[in-house]
Design a protein. Structure first.
Length: 296
C-alpha cells in the first residue's frame, strides 16, 4: 500500500457530463462540482486556472496570465510548422517536440511555491514545462486544419494520455507525499465534439476506462478539472466554449473543496495525514563497474 496522494488534473472534465454518462471512475467514491474562476477571459482559461489550483493564488498573485504568453513567437513557429508539414510524416513528430521546446520560454510559469514542492509533478500548465501538452496542441491544430484525420488525432491522443496515467501510477510507488500530472484529452476532444454528443460520450467512456486501470493501481487518488465544456448534450448556449462546471472526485473521505482557490489547502491537509518517510538512495554495485559500463 502506498500513502502517496496521486492527483490527476483532467482538463475540461465536465461534472455534468461525467454524471450524465455514468463515469464512475472519473467520479470515484466522493465527488462534487468545483467552482472555477475567470480572469483574462469571460470563461476559465487553462493556463490561468491550473497554477491557481497548484498555488492557491489568483492569476494576478501567481503571475501566470494569458497576457504574458509569447503569442508573437508562437505565430512565427506556426508558419514554420505549416511549411514543414509538406515533409514526410515521421518528421512531424520531431517538429512538434521542437516547437514545444522553443515555446517553453514563451509560456509563463509561476515563481510561487506549489502544493507539489515536496513531491513530483509533470505537464502541469503554469507550473512545469508542458512538452506533452504542446505536442497535443500541434495535433489539434492539424486536425482543425484538416491535415490530420479525427481517428488519427484520437489514436495519438490516447497514447499520450495513457502515458500520463502510467506515469502517475509509477510515481505513486516513489515514496513522495504527493504526485501530480495534467492530461488534456477532454479539452481538445470537447472542443472537437461539442455538437456531437455520441462521439464525445465515447471519449468520456474511454477515459473512464483508463481511470479504472489507474484506480486499481493507486491507493489514494484525486481527480479534478479546471473547467468543463459547453455542449449540445447539456443544452448550453455556446457549444465548444469552456463551461464553469469543473469537478473534483477522490477516494478520500470527508468534505471537499468547493472552488479552485481552496484546492491547495485541502490537498495539503491530506498530505500531512499520510506523509511517507523518505530514505536516501544507495547503489550496491561497485562504482568502478558502473563507470566501465558508461553509467557514471
Amino acid at each position: 500500500m502506498s500513502d502517496t496522494l496521486c492527483v490527476l488534473g483532467l482538463d475540461a472534465a465536465d461534472y455534468r457530463l461525467a454524471n450524465r454518462w455514468g463515469c464512475e471512475n472519473m467520479l470515484l467514491e466522493n465527488h462534487g462540482e468545483l467552482e472555477s474562476l475567470t480572469h483574462s477571459l469571460d470563461v476559465p482559461a487553462t493556463l490561468e486556472v491550473w497554477p491557481t489550483i497548484a498555488t492557491g493564488l489568483s492569476p494576478t498573485e501567481h503571475g501566470v496570465e494569458l497576457d504574458g504568453v509569447g503569442w508573437d513567437n508562437a505565430t512565427g513557429l506556426r508558419a514554420v510548422v505549416r511549411a514543414v508539414q509538406l515533409l514526410p510524416e515521421p518528421l512531424h513528430e520531431h517538429l512538434a517536440d521542437l516547437k514545444a521546446q522553443l515555446l517553453d520560454g514563451g509560456y509563463p510559469r509561476t515563481d510561487e511555491s506549489t502544493v507539489f514542492d515536496d513531491g513530483t509533478v509533470r505537464n502541469w500548465p503554469g507550473v512545469t514545462p508542458c512538452y506533452v501538452w504542446e505536442r497535443e496542441g500541434e495535433w489539434f491544430e492539424r486536425a482543425t486544419d484538416g491535415d490530420l484525420s479525427a481517428d488519427e488525432f484520437v489514436r495519438r491522443y490516447f497514447g499520450t494520455t495513457g502515458s500520463c496515467f502510467g506515469w502517475l501510477a509509477g510515481q505513486s510507488l516513489s515514496s513522495v507525499p504527493i504526485v501530480g500530472i495534467h492530461a488534456h484529452v477532454l479539452d481538445h476532444t470537447g472542443h472537437m465534439y461539442a455538437r456531437r454528443p455520441t462521439a464525445l460520450r465515447r471519449i468520456y467512456e474511454r477515459v473512464d476506462s483508463l481511470l479504472g486501470w489507474l484506480r486499481s493501481r493507486v491507493d489514494r487518488l484525486v481527480v479534478l478539472s479546471d473547467h468543463g465544456m459547453q455542449t449540445t448534450a447539456t443544452n448550453d448556449p455556446d457549444p465548444g466554449v469552456h463551461s464553469d462546471h469543473a469537478l473534483i472526485a477522490t477516494t478520500e473521505s470527508g468534505p471537499l473543496p468547493t472552488d479552485v482557490l481552496s484546492v491547495r489547502d485541502w490537498l495539503e491537509d491530506r498530505i500531512d495525514a499520510g506523509r511517507p518517510e523518505r530514505t536516501n538512495a544507495t547503489v550496491d554495485a561497485p562504482r568502478e563497474h558502473l563507470e566501465d559500463l558508461g553509467y557514471l
